[in-house]
Design a binder for this molecule. Structure first.
Ligand SMILES: Nc1ncnc2c1ncn2[C@@H]1O[C@H](COP(=O)(O)OP(=O)(O)OP(=O)(O)O)[C@@H](O)[C@H]1O
Ligand SMILES: [Mg+2]
Length: 224
């Protein structure tokens, strides 16, 4: 498979603390891959390192180019986008103003989420959690990425809304051909969307494989 993202031997640090300890992951073109793992495992740090927001060592290749040392805006220009943990929207702005801060072409966002077109003049702070998550995903799509990274999109959402978000992520891959890297603690959403997964524990990948072959990990890593 042709790779969209290839991460080799990635180590990341906050001050002296080593938070990622030699992580290897890859995402193929048109593939959806999940990163699973407990709180504090380093999942968010991994996405931030890929975006150039955390000091790290190792090799990151994106769409055939080595991107170590590139600034975040340069990486975004090459075609990566992140939908961050906690959404990070401008809650006092409207849906449309949030989207227009990231790009000009609203059609892709509105074709994926027709409800956002209906609500385009609504202030984000007055929307439901599920609607806000749609805005966050749509905003990342405004960058027209080749790789969309999502950090725990299911957080705080009711199961039925999680299902709708999962359907939208699957459509992003299938209809737009965008590769997906999704961080999730909701294993059901991760397995619904991704065909492959990595389990990250304490800064290291401890398991990887096809999601169809990892069904038993729920017991191993996610039961208290
Ligand atoms: N800015 C920071 N400065 C110092 N330490 C940090 C910083 N951000 C994260 N850490 C630490 O790095 C480790 C990994 O954090 P990270 O946020 O990547 O985990 P996570 O897997 O995303 O967890 P969660 O599931 O809770 O979102 C944790 O021990 C955390 O305390
Ligand atoms: Mg996190």
């Amino acid at each position: 498979m042709v790779l969209m993202l290839d991460v080799k031997g990635l180590k990341a640090f906050y001050d002296e603390a080593e938070v990622l300890r030699g992580v290897n992951i890859s995402v193929g073109k048109g593939e959806a891959v999940a990163i699973l793992g407990p709180n504090g495992a380093g999942k968010t740090t991994l996405l931030r390192a890929i975006c150039g927001l955390v000091r790290c060592r190792g090799k990151i290749t994106f769409d055939g180019k080595k991107i170590n040392g590139m600034k975040t805006h340069e990486r975004i220009r090459l075609g990566m986008a992140i939908c961050p943990e906690g959404r990070r929207l401008f809650s006092n702005l409207t849906v449309e103003d949030n989207l227009l801060l990231a790009g000009n072409d609203l059609d892709v966002a509105y074709s994926l989420f027709p409800r956002l077109r209906e609500r385009r003049k609504q202030l984000v702070k007055t929307m439901s959690g599920g609607e806000q998550q749609m805005v966050a995903i749509a905003r990342a799509l405004m960058l027209k990425p080749k790789l969309l990274m999502l950090d725990e999109p299911s957080t705080g959402l009711a199961p039925i809304v999680v299902g709708a978000i999962g359907d939208a992520i699957s459509r992003i891959r299938d209809e737009f051909g965008i590769s997906i890297l999704i961080v999730e603690q909701n294993i059901h959403l991760a397995f619904r969307v991704a065909s492959r997964a990595y389990i990250l524990v304490n800064g290291e990948v401890v398991r990887e494989g096809k999601t169809s072959e990892l069904q038993e990990i729920e017991k191993e890593y996610f039961e208290v």
